[in-house]
Design a protein. Structure first.
Length: 148
């Protein structure tokens, strides 16, 4: 298991994460230019990953990392906060979990992860979040707003 992300609660990290780190469970910290691994290695990790867990505790406005994971064919399991439901097609590209279910909800979703086709994840991103699609959508919104 590879864990990345910001440590927002150092007591939680020290108590509930750090004691479990070993050669099979590794912490790489937040994704940044100072990352211990380079971008190509991050892509390889995502391509080989069984699943990407988006366990956010806030209202993520977009969640680019989810689109990046799915573009590599990696399904996403995420708490239903912010844009998770907008990016993840529940049952097709991953699973959207009610945050009130907590870790138990994640575990139940993980039990079904083999039902997700990695090609569906990639195709969903190509159909909805490619550069051309995103530019077209932004231009349409700008045109709509400026014509009011």
């Amino acid at each position: 298991m590879v864990i990345t992300g910001n440590v927002e609660d150092s007591d939680f990290y020290e108590r509930d994460v750090k004691p479990y780190l070993n050669d099979k469970i590794q912490w790489f910290g937040p994704i940044s230019k100072e990352q211990k691994i380079d971008r190509a290695e991050i892509v390889k990790l995502m391509q080989k990953a069984k699943v990407f867990l988006m366990t956010i505790n806030w209202e993520e406005p977009f969640g680019l990392v989810m689109a990046e994971a799915m573009s590599c064919g990696t399904p996403v399991i995420g708490f239903d906060r912010g844009s998770v439901r907008e990016l993840v097609v529940d049952g097709k590209t991953g699973f959207v979990v009610n945050p009130s279910l907590g870790v138990e909800g994640l575990i139940k979703a993980l039990e079904k992860i083999n039902s997700i086709n990695p090609n569906d994840c990639r195709q969903h991103v190509l159909n909805n979040f490619s550069i051309d699609i995103m530019v077209d959508n932004y231009e349409n919104i700008y045109n709509e707003v400026t014509q009011k």
